[in-house]
Structure formats: structure tokens, C-alpha cells
Design a protein around this ligand. Structure first.
Ligand code: FMN
Length: 307
């Protein structure tokens, strides 16, 4: 069988399969039923400075080929994460990637400063928080703000910084280049696409938040396009996600340019998939003629002279 090991910059993974933040809890429930060592690592739910209860219900809804959510970053806050959850996560003996979210620059800086534990191999900065300056836009949709924020976190942390991009932008390449200029070690993409579902009987949006983030198979083509565009625009590694529901999807994501992949919404539909995915990808890549999974990264042969 071909080699499964990959690396995302300085982060070595036994295989390229990671759970996407917020779609796997902290792995504790899954660990009761599945072998966690089948994963390349574990990615936490977003950690914020304070405890967050999240948005009011309903905050999750099914859509054609996807899921709309407005959970609102529910989590117990950084103190409980470090004292209670991290020690339990460490028992899995997997590389730990901590997803961080804040309301302002100083939140990210303060969170990053508290992530000194050596078991944490990377910080994944979720930049979908509101941009205080522009009001409704997220920081992640303004290249200058992205560069400034990443540079501010870079100053206080030696950890690998994976910057998680929002797809709700006009040109993802501008944001990717800005994150790289700020000092990102890798980019994670994509987060969810803003959407809305409507209950025509009540004439109300289905989610109490009105809008939510669309994920699942419906967004796979968007994610593949963005990963491919970023692969050509930056020289740092990419972690690809968005709609992966099979080994074929995961291999396509790596061909587009991802060094590792994350599985999100599929965990809610087919919880066993993520645990067999690395072996399935290994068998598929071998069948396709690759001599390692790492070799699949960026092997896409784009038609020339087209965008
Ligand atoms: C219920 C739910 C909760 C999520 N929570 C987070 C989160 O806390 N932090 C984050 O960066 N992304 C979060 N995401 C986004 C996912 O990590 C992922 O980027 C997105 O769902 C696309 O992947 P998928 O199509 O495989 O689900 C969440 C997604 C869902 C569906």
C-alpha cells in the first residue's frame, strides 16, 4: 500500500484526514464507537475568550444536499478548554489543532497567547467574525484586515498558524495572498457560504438567526474551485474542506491543491466515513497510479489559458 503520511508545512500527519471544526465536537462521543488513531489529527470546535451559549433555536436545518447552521460558536470558553477539554483531547495522542474565534483583533491575540501547550501543533484562526470597522462584513473578507490580524497573532505565537478563509468574498485569492503576507503557515478553506431557508407557511426564515452557513455536498464545487485558485496564488500549504462525502471527493480536493482535508457535515450523516476515509483514499490513489497520498496534492491538470 502507498504511503499515507502527509505534512502541512511543519505539521506532520499520519494521514491527511481531519475532522472540520464544529462538526465532530471534541471527538469524545465518536471515540466511544470508533478508533481515533484512524485520523490524521483532531480539530477543536471554535474556542472563544468567554463562554458562549450560541444562538437561539432553531439554529440548524437541512437543505438540498447540505446543511444550514447558525450555531453561534457555542463553546465553554478558553479557560475551560485549557483546563478540562485539552487534557482529555491529549489522551487521543493525535496532533491537536485548535480553532480560535474572536470578536476583535485583541481576542485572537489573547487566545493565541494562551495556547502554549506543546500538544497543540497548530492554531486555526476562524476569520468569520464581524469586522468592527465595516459593520456587517467579516474580518475575513477584507484583505488588509486579514493581513493585520494574522501579523498580530504571528507576533505573539510560534505555533503553526492555519488561517481559515470565508468563501463569502469576491476573490478568494486576494484574501489568501493577504494571509500569507501576514505570516500564515497554511490556509484552511473553506468555511460555510451564507444562505437562507424560508418556511413559506409562516413566511419566516427557518433559522432564528435569519441567515446561516451552508455546508455539505452542495458546496463541494465552490470549495474545489477556491482551493485550486489559492493553490495557484500562494506558496503556503492548503487544508481543503467543503462538502467532502467520499474518498473520491477527498482525492479531488487534494488534486486541487490541498495537502490535508477536513470532513465536516458528512459526520452528521455518515459518522463512520471519516474513520475509513484515509484507507479508502490510499487504495483509490494507488489505483489512480500515485505512489503516495502526498503526491496527489496539486496534481490537477488545469486546461490552459482559462481562469
Ligand atoms: C454545525 C457546524 C458547526 C461549525 N462550527 C465551526 C466552528 O466552530 N469553527 C469553524 O471554523 N468552522 C465551523 N464550521 C464550519 C466547518 O468547519 C466547515 O468549514 C464547513 O462546514 C465546510 O465543510 P463541510 O461541507 O464538510 O461541512 C461549522 C460547520 C457546521 C456545519
Amino acid at each position: 500500500m502507498i504511503e499515507k503520511k502527509v505534512s502541512v508545512g511543519a505539521v506532520d500527519l499520519a494521514n491527511p484526514v481531519l475532522p472540520a471544526s464544529g462538526c465532530f465536537g471534541y471527538g469524545f462521543e465518536m471515540a466511544r464507537h470508533y478508533d481515533m488513531t484512524a485520523l490524521g489529527g483532531i480539530v477543536s470546535k471554535a474556542v472563544t475568550l468567554e463562554t458562549r451559549l450560541g444562538n437561539d433555536m432553531p439554529r440548524i436545518a437541512e437543505t438540498p444536499s447540505g446543511l444550514l447552521n447558525a450555531i453561534g460558536l457555542e463553546n465553554p470558553g478558553v479557560h475551560t478548554f485549557m483546563k478540562v477539554l485539552l487534557p482529555q483531547l491529549k489522551r487521543f495522542k493525535l496532533p491537536i489543532i485548535v480553532n480560535l474565534a474572536g470578536n476583535q483583533f485583541s481576542d485572537y491575540v489573547s487566545l493565541a497567547e494562551q495556547m502554549e501547550d506543546p500538544a497543540i501543533v497548530a492554531l486555526e484562526l476562524n476569520l468569520s467574525c464581524p469586522n468592527v470597522k465595516s459593520g456587517c462584513m467579516s474580518i475575513g473578507s477584507d484583505p488588509r484586515e486579514v493581513e493585520r490580524l494574522v501579523a498580530a497573532v504571528r507576533k505573539v505565537s510560534d505555533k503553526n498558524l492555519w488561517v481559515k478563509l470565508t468563501p463569502n468574498v469576491t476573490d478568494i485569492r486576494e484574501i489568501a495572498v493577504a494571509a500569507e503576507a501576514g505570516g500564515a503557515d497554511a490556509l484552511s478553506l473553506t468555511n460555510t457560504l451564507v444562505g437562507m431557508m424560508i418556511d413559506i407557511k409562516t413566511r419566516r426564515p427557518v433559522l432564528n438567526n435569519n441567515t446561516g452557513g451552508l455546508s455539505g455536498p452542495a458546496i463541494l464545487p465552490v470549495a474545489l474551485r477556491m482551493v485550486s485558485q489559492c493553490y495557484q496564488a500562494v506558496s503556503i500549504p492548503l487544508v481543503g474542506m467543503g462538502g467532502i462525502a467520499s474518498a473520491e471527493d477527498a482525492i479531488a480536493m487534494m488534486m486541487a491543491g490541498a495537502s490535508a482535508i477536513q470532513v465536516g457535515s458528512s459526520n452528521l450523516v455518515n459518522p463512520g466515513l471519516i474513520f475509513s476515509l484515509a484507507s479508502q483514499m490510499q487504495a483509490l490513489a494507488e489505483k489512480l497510479g500515485f505512489s503516495s497520498l502526498a503526491e496527489v496534492t496539486g496534481s490537477l491538470d488545469l486546461w490552459s489559458n482559462r481562469d
